[in-house]
Design a protein around this ligand. Structure first.
Ligand SMILES: *[C@@H]1O[C@H](CO)[C@@H](O)[C@H](O)[C@H]1NC(C)=O
Ligand SMILES: *[C@@H]1O[C@H](CO)[C@@H](O)[C@H](O)[C@H]1NC(C)=O
Ligand SMILES: *[C@@H]1O[C@H](CO)[C@@H](O)[C@H](O)[C@H]1NC(C)=O
Length: 640
């Protein structure tokens, strides 16, 4: 066992070997400097960072055998140096869960707010508020716990009944709080507002964190981070980790949210909204200003975010190390050596939205056959709220068997995206079928073309690319206040069509789009979905990694039914003169989304709905007059 700096080592050993540990601990520990214990009979085990000891292990009594019952109060006190915080990582966790709330029976309370402020030694006392209470299995415990200040206390309590639960074991570490300091100048008299100026002899990159990171952020805060580059520069921002709330709720329903504005103030277009959990989320500003606003109002604050920024010269894609990395990665994936690609290196190209918003990309020698052993690599680089959109106009690659199971051993075109900060193959195309349009999930997309075999019939491909801000949604008017939101106003148009992003192509990953329908007074909106294919399994939740479509009768409303899967007939009528549709996709699997006809109707017209192109009279649908109503005749679409 580690000894250094752990005054508890004696007691710790006793625990391992004896169930009379409480008594022994009482005898062997000298922990009177705890301040007022929570309960005078508490026994304490103390871990400090003195004597250069900055890490070690801790465990429940008798681990890995079941812990004894009737432990009234056993305190694990971790005391770091003033500039440090405490990190605990459980490697095993098993505390008998007798109650849902973990506040009776067996539990482990966490005090992460204890501080060194005020008179006397650091500590928690009977007035300290615990920040969370844990019980259950490994899955119920957080991956890591962090203190806000230099002190963290765990309080173990076990009930009168013995159980077979084995308790916990974990590692602690004292980490320097200065590792999590935001590089930037704090605005005077603010708690968490920062400005970042690009200056000639200062580093062009740095880091930013949510307050108290890596510990959870406080409730009721608003922080701003303002980036100001020089006029020929822009800002690249990567949220390496952003853990606000668990789940896949729409950001419109969240009280904790990060908004990124493409300009100096919060009236600039919103580039991104983060509210759940994301890693490796990248943003590139259009111009020299960028504003990040972090608002937290929920009752259960999450861990927060860590991000890095970089001031980049405009139009300098070589400054973007990721692009180069990407090339080498995809070359490795392709399995062809450099000798093969050397001959065709001229077909390596970067398409930047700074140069042109649209263009054509063709295979070498198109429309003549591409040469054998062709290997090309294309990178697309968008900015601001733009996404990369590819529409295939012609596609004819050499196929060596008719039995296409995958494109691995044939001439193929692979599309790569950054998903969760990693480069990932999104799709692979081969043969002669023209692929559906594709849209990136962020500012970058890459294509790898492998024309190994070719023949006189292999024309290759012709792709029309564009950098679009409207997500390929052609109707409604786009709002600036959200990354992807569209308004349909009855006064402007009484009926029309609405689609998912990039429809009829695959919708982009990690994307939320909202559609707001505003009717005049006494009007309601009626939607008839003529196509619905959203990847997921009912009830369309995060646990099944489902994308979903959700309908709301108010702008802010958390509870409502989700829709996903392939639905043949779906009609929805709003309760009043407003309807919100939220479409949300996650980071995996894609589908082609939806297409619906919408129609604003006065209440008096409601009984006689006949939609344009109304189909399939066999399905009977209720148009309810009271509720946001779904007439969901769930017949699975038979595609083939
Ligand atoms: C503990 O496990 C043993 C064997 O699995 C079982 O017989 C016993 O009832 C368990 N005791 C408790 C308190 O759950
Ligand atoms: C709808 O359009 C009318 C007329 O153009 C306008 O006065 C009204 O503000 C619009 N409503 C919304 C919610 O955009
Ligand atoms: C239509 O509504 C009635 C009454 O609300 C209900 O009994 C009936 O099952 C509904 N039919 C369908 C097809 O949903």
């Amino acid at each position: 066992m580690v000894r250094n700096g752990m005054q508890q080592s004696q007691g710790y050993k006793s625990m391992k070997t004896s169930t009379t540990l409480i008594l022994l601990l009482h005898l062997s520990l000298h922990t009177v400097d705890e301040g007022h214990a929570i309960n005078p009979s508490c026994t304490c085990i103390r871990y400090t960072s003195t004597y250069g000891k900055e890490r070690g292990t801790f465990s429940s009594p008798d681990y890995p055998r079941p812990y004894p019952p009737r432990i009234d109060c056993l305190l694990y006190t971790f005391v770091a140096a003033p500039h440090e915080i405490v990190e605990l990582v459980f490697t095993d966790f098993d505390i008998f869960k007798g109650h849902l709330e973990c506040i009776r029976g067996d539990y482990l309370k966490v005090y992460s707010e204890g501080g060194v402020h005020g008179p006397g030694p650091p500590g928690v006392n009977e007035y300290s508020a615990w920040s969370r209470v844990l019980c259950g299995s490994r899955a119920d415990a957080p991956p890591a716990l962090y203190s806000h200040g230099p002190l963290l206390v765990l309080e173990l309590h076990t009930g009168i009944k013995a159980t077979n639960a084995t308790g916990f074991v974990g590692n602690y570490r004292f980490i320097d709080r200065r590792n999590f300091e935001t590089d930037g100048v704090q605005v005077a008299e603010t708690w968490c507002d920062y400005v970042f100026h690009s200056q000639p002899n200062r580093p062009a990159h740095g880091r930013l964190y949510s307050p108290r990171y890596p510990s959870s952020y406080p409730s009721n805060v608003r922080c701003t981070y303002h980036f100001s580059a020089r006029h020929n520069e822009r800002i690249k921002l990567v949220f390496e980790e952003s853990f606000l709330q668990k789940g896949d709720e729409s950001c419109l329903n969240r009280a904790d949210i990060i908004k990124v504005f493409d300009g100096r103030t919060s009236t600039a277009p919103v580039l991104a909204m983060l509210c759940n959990e994301a890693v490796g989320y990248e943003i590139l500003s259009t111009g020299p200003d960028l504003l990040v606003q972090f608002t937290a109002n929920s009752d259960l604050p999450g861990q927060g975010f860590k991000a890095r920024y970089q001031f980049q010269m405009e139009d300098d894609s070589n400054a973007d190390g990721d692009i180069n990395k990407k090339s080498s990665t995809t070359e490795a994936i392709s399995g062809l050596g450099p000798a093969v690609s050397a001959a065709t290196s001229s077909c390596h190209q970067v398409f930047s939205s700074d140069k042109s918003k649209t263009g054509k990309l063709t295979s070498p020698l198109y429309p003549a056959p591409y040469p054998q052993k062709t290997q090309c690599h294309y990178d697309f680089l968008a900015r601001g709220r733009e996404r990369v959109r590819l529409v295939f106009e012609d596609f004819s690659l050499q196929r060596i068997t008719d039995n296409i199971i995958d494109c691995e051993s044939m001439d193929s075109l692979d599309v790569f995206l950054y998903v969760d900060g990693r480069l990932e193959k999104m799709a692979s195309f081969c043969g002669n079928d023209i692929p559906k349009p594709i849209m990136s999930n962020g500012p970058k997309l890459s294509i790898e073309f492998r024309g190994i075999y070719s023949s006189r019939h292999s024309k290759g491909f012709k792709i029309s690319y564009s950098f679009v801000e409207d997500y390929g949604i052609a109707t409604g008017s786009q709002l600036l206040e959200f990354p992807c939101a569209f308004v349909f106003n009855s006064s402007e148009r009484g009926r029309g069509v609405v689609t998912s992003p990039n429809h009829p192509g695959l919708y982009p990953r990690d994307t939320e789009c909202n559609y707001f329908f505003y009717g005049n007074e006494n009007e309601r909106v009626h939607l008839h979905f003529t196509y619905f294919d959203v990847e997921g399994v009912v009830p369309c939740e995060a646990i099944s990694a489902s994308d979903y479509v959700q309908f709301y009768s108010q702008m802010i409303q958390s509870q409502s039914h989700r829709h996903c899967g392939q639905i043949k007939e779906l009609q929805v009528t709003s309760e009043k003169n407003f309807l919100r549709i939220t479409f949300k996709s996650n980071d995996r699997l894609d589908a082609t989304g939806f297409k619906a006809n919408y129609l604003f109707l006065r209440d008096s017209e409601m009984h006689s709905i006949t939609m344009p192109n109304s189909i399939d009279r066999g399905t009977s649908c209720n148009i309810s007059t009271s509720l946001l109503l779904l007439c969901l005749c769930e017949v699975l679409w038979n595609f083939r």
